[in-house]
Design a protein around this ligand. Structure first.
Ligand SMILES: CC(C)(COP(=O)(O)OP(=O)(O)OC[C@H]1O[C@@H](n2cnc3c(N)ncnc32)[C@H](O)[C@@H]1OP(=O)(O)O)[C@@H](O)C(=O)NCCC(=O)NCCS
Length: 224
């Protein structure tokens, strides 16, 4: 299987230079939502986080987006490919998010980290299961050659923690100062067998949800 396989709901592809403007819009929207909804457990994407009290917030944000795209380009040219930093597009071909995974283990402070998954979605496309499915597609590819994935989330990041649990992640610990801007982080592990179980559950759920949407549409059409 290829990591770029298309589905009816989204497509994964490499980032391009021309994604800069769209990606900056998404990064702004995420940061704005984080300001409004932090109490509900919504956090900014760490690589686009900007101190909102400084005067040149937008210049700093654009620089961060630029660095993100440069990283994507560099990682793509490494052979064997280690990092897949992929763009997520909706059915209309609009960029709506990102999933990044490291295929090879990383050595950090003498500890081996497997996978180190990252993701974000445009708040306007959130809450419909697209990111869970996009992450699952990347992980199907990742778990062909791996048995476990390590992932962390800010302990108050409710949305990220829920996504990790949906894909079979189990909380296994806590670090007070992580490499993510020294933030505290909950540590999760996703084992291949738990991912496969979660995948079956998600596929069943997806069928039920799509069926109930068709059913409701059918009823509505018949009532007209
Ligand atoms: C973390 C983040 C990507 C999660 O996005 P999300 O929109 O919650 O994820 P999804 O697109 O998978 O949508 C999941 C929701 O759709 C629902 N859903 C509907 N159909 C679904 C389906 N077929 N499959 C799975 N979920 C489905 C789920 O129940 C869930 O809703 P719930 O949380 O109320 O239970 C998003 O909050 C984000 O970008 N945050 C900012 C950046 C960030 O925190 N990144 C991660 C750490 S750096």
């Amino acid at each position: 299987m290829s990591v770029y396989e298309e589905t009816p709901f989204f497509r994964l592809r490499e980032f391009k230079k021309k994604d800069f403007y769209r990606l900056t819009e998404i990064a702004r929207a995420i940061n704005r939502k984080a300001l409004r909804c932090q109490k509900q457990g919504y956090f900014p994407f760490y690589a686009f986080q900007v101190d909102q009290t400084v005067s040149d917030v937008d210049t700093i944000l654009r620089k961060k987006v630029q660095i993100f795209l440069e990283k994507a380009q560099k990682e793509r040219s490494v052979w064997p490919r280690s990092t897949y930093r992929l763009a997520v597009e909706n059915q209309k071909g609009d960029l709506i998010g990102n999933v990044t995974v490291d295929m090879l283990p990383i050595l950090e402070d003498g500890k081996i980290i497997y996978g180190d998954l990252g993701y974000f979605v445009d708040p306007r496309a959130a809450g419909r299961g697209i990111m869970t499915q996009a992450v699952c597609q990347v992980l199907r590819y990742y778990f062909k050659n791996n048995e476990r994935l390590d992932i962390t989330a800010h302990p108050d990041n409710v949305y990220s923690s829920r996504l990790i649990e949906r894909i079979g992640g189990k909380a296994v610990g806590f670090v007070q100062q992580s490499h993510y801007q020294n933030e505290p982080r909950r540590v999760f592990v996703v084992l291949k067998k738990d991912f496969e179980k979660a995948l079956l559950h998600l596929e069943r759920l997806h069928k039920i949800r799509s069926h109930s949407v068709c059913f409701r549409t059918h009823i509505c059409q018949n009532q007209r």
